[in-house]
Design a protein around this ligand. Structure first.
Ligand code: ZN
Length: 315
């Protein structure tokens, strides 16, 4: 049988809000500096993951997508549609919003829009995020922004380890200091920055803002969509909680405690596995916190063993 399980080598991205937690907490061998993002499963041209093992070792994920479509099942998209990251917010991120597919296609050279979701891997006791806003209309949104009424405009929400947030395009959001997140998103790098706390860089410059585009794409009033987590399997060896399942992605959390043979919820397409805690094996191959794997569409049921937690995404 041909190989069905591929480990991916991530790409690390320096960010002004990043830190060193990707090394300290995930054991990644990261470059110097403030590293904010690990692009664990990516075929985006701004940072592509590389296959680590087997006959495709050294190939980029986009090569696999283009040359071996059978690994991915019934794919219809031209480009690999998902991007899985680990984010280390060592400082507050700028407040931002992403366009949907239609707006991005029209205004951003055919890029995809960006709907994303966050699984909180770890956070400080008092950590929170910015999620949504309090304006009733776009006119009010504009007035509050122009008047600098950020405290009134932005909604803050406390977060705890294990929380999950669905962040559809059009949602105003920001991770805040002290949060480590596993993010599953559409494969897009289009972000409109709304507010950066008036922070200056070393040369006294402010970062660019995109106020008009932010107002154009924001959902007003804020309409939270909070998918209810569903326990789909619960045995001594395996617990699966479905976190979200929509047109963009199905995301579930797996907790493995022992040995179990299990097939994925969508048997005719590929799966992306990111180990967020512990260690064990999949199909006899050792896995540990920080590993990212692609499972081919034809893999069928896999043997999971050990004691670990993973976030599993399917298109
Ligand atoms: Zn975002």
């Amino acid at each position: 049988m041909t190989e069905q399980l591929f480990f991916l080598d991530p790409v690390f991205q320096e960010r002004i809000w990043g830190g060193r937690a990707l090394e300290e907490k995930f054991g990644y061998n990261i470059p110097e500096g403030n590293i904010g993002e690990c692009w664990g499963i990516s075929a985006h041209p701004n940072g592509e993951s590389t296959i680590r093992n087997g006959i495709y070792a050294g190939k980029k994920l986009s090569d696999l997508w283009g040359c071996t479509p059978e690994l991915f099942g019934k794919q219809v998209e031209e480009v690999f549609p998902l991007l899985v990251k680990v984010l280390d917010a060592d400082a507050d991120l700028s407040v931002q919003v992403h366009p949907d597919d239609a707006y991005a296609r029209a205004h951003e050279n055919g890029e995809l829009g960006k709907t994303e979701c966050w699984y909180i891997v770890d956070c400080a006791d008092d950590a929170d995020i910015i999620f949504g806003h309090n304006a009733a209309t776009k006119e009010e949104m504009q007035q509050m922004i122009e008047a600098g009424q950020w405290e009134q405009f932005l909604r803050r929400q406390p977060v705890a380890k294990g929380d999950f947030f669905y962040v559809p395009s059009g949602t105003i959001h920001a991770l805040c200091k002290g949060t480590i997140v596993l993010e599953v998103q559409q494969s897009s790098d289009t972000t409109y920055r709304l507010y950066d706390y008036d922070r200056q860089d070393e040369d006294g410059n402010l970062r660019d803002l995109h106020i008009a585009k932010s107002i154009a794409v924001s959902t007003v009033p804020h309409t939270p969509v909070n998918p209810v987590p569903v326990i789909v399997t619960e045995t001594d060896e395996l617990k699966i909680v479905e976190l979200v399942n929509n047109d963009f992605f199905a995301v579930a959390k797996y907790t493995i405690s022992g040995t179990v043979i299990h097939g994925f919820a969508k048997p005719d397409t590929y799966a992306l596995i990111s180990v967020v805690e512990g260690q064990g094996s999949i199909e006899g191959k050792p896995v540990k916190k920080g590993d990212h794997l692609l499972v081919a569409a034809q893999a069928g049921a896999l043997t999971f063993a050990g004691s670990f937690e993973a976030v599993v995404a399917q298109p």
